[in-house]
Design a protein around this ligand. Sequence first.
Ligand SMILES: NC(=O)c1ccc[n+]([C@@H]2O[C@H](COP(=O)([O-])OP(=O)(O)OC[C@H]3O[C@@H](n4cnc5c(N)ncnc54)[C@H](OP(=O)(O)O)[C@@H]3O)[C@@H](O)[C@H]2O)c1
Length: 349
Amino acid sequence: MAADQARSNRRVVLKRYVTGFPTEDDMELVVAAAGAVTLAVPPGSRSVLVKNLYLSCDPYMRGRMSKHDDGSYVQDFVPGEVLTTFGVSKVVASGHPDLKEGDLVWGMTGCEEYTLITNPESLFKINHPELPLSYYTGVLGMPGLTAYFGFFEISKPKKGEYVLVSAASGAVGQLVGQLAKITGCYVVGSAGSDEKVNLLKSKFGFDEAFNYKKEQDLNAALKRCFPEGIDIYFENVGGAMLDAVLLNMRNHGRIAACGMISQYNLEQQEGVRNLLCVVAKRIRMEGFIIMDHFGAYGKFEEEMVGHIKEGKIAYVEDVVEGLEKLPEALIGLFHGRNVGKQLVAVARE
Ligand SMILES: NC(=O)c1ccc[n+]([C@@H]2O[C@H](COP(=O)([O-])OP(=O)(O)OC[C@H]3O[C@@H](n4cnc5c(N)ncnc54)[C@H](OP(=O)(O)O)[C@@H]3O)[C@@H](O)[C@H]2O)c1
């Protein structure tokens, strides 16, 4: 097939800005007509044309589906335009000196079959194609770096400390728990189903886990799991869990504020009542956005690959087949339907 042969391109676009919980109907699969994509880059440009293999579904994408008049840390999606996300892609044409046809990369791309990437400096080359390529949407991609950076740099763990992870079976949480075990901590995870609770204990080696949806009283559940209190809380959910955690933190505890998914679809954010604990217990609570720390990726990748190859880190993925499944998979995150890292296989090669 000629390298510049024209093709059609299927893509997922945002239909309208979202308030409340997103639905599949807020997105649409559109087919750009045959000829929409030429498998070549514009002459003289440094752009790269990629074929997307795996696309990531991430909770932060929900924020991008709403309009922020006062701005946000990441650009809003635009109705009628293709959604963007982290993905694993294969270079099919390149005007960039460091990337050539056939190279495998991960980074920000479109929710579509082919994407012309005009800022290829933002892409990372895939250095370990011997591992499943889909890992570069998860354990070896953005969520993996989030777990690693958030746990080691923000939480500053010490051997023997007591660690709680919420949304613990997800893309980030399952890794935080395992990194905490490697560090010699005592780790408890909260998750939203008995199946996930079993996974935490049997597959990921958490010391204890509980189904927060079945607990009448989160404060009591935390007291049961942590009779001596919590040193580190890796915060993924916010809301009632954060309030209960504050009551159970130890003096000089740390809260790594990674995300607060329970708040993403609320038109009015819930209040937090127990903030005085931050003062009384000398708690350090620190948020972070992992895009600020991509410079740390190289060191992280080699360390994580080592853990995977030595069998110290396991990774569970929830893979749906076909671009048309992306809207359903994305909104499933906000109902806890994913078991492990949610991603979409668009093409296998
Ligand atoms: N700071 C950063 O740079 C950064 C980077 C990546 C991710 N994050 C954040 O990290 C967190 C986890 O992300 P992830 O990619 O690993 O997602 P994930 O855990 O794989 O998937 C989301 C999970 O959140 C849980 N959830 C959904 N609605 C909830 C609610 N109302 N209350 C409590 N739990 C709820 C569900 O699990 P259950 O069945 O257990 O409820 C769901 O499976 C999110 O808050 C995300 O925004 C932050």
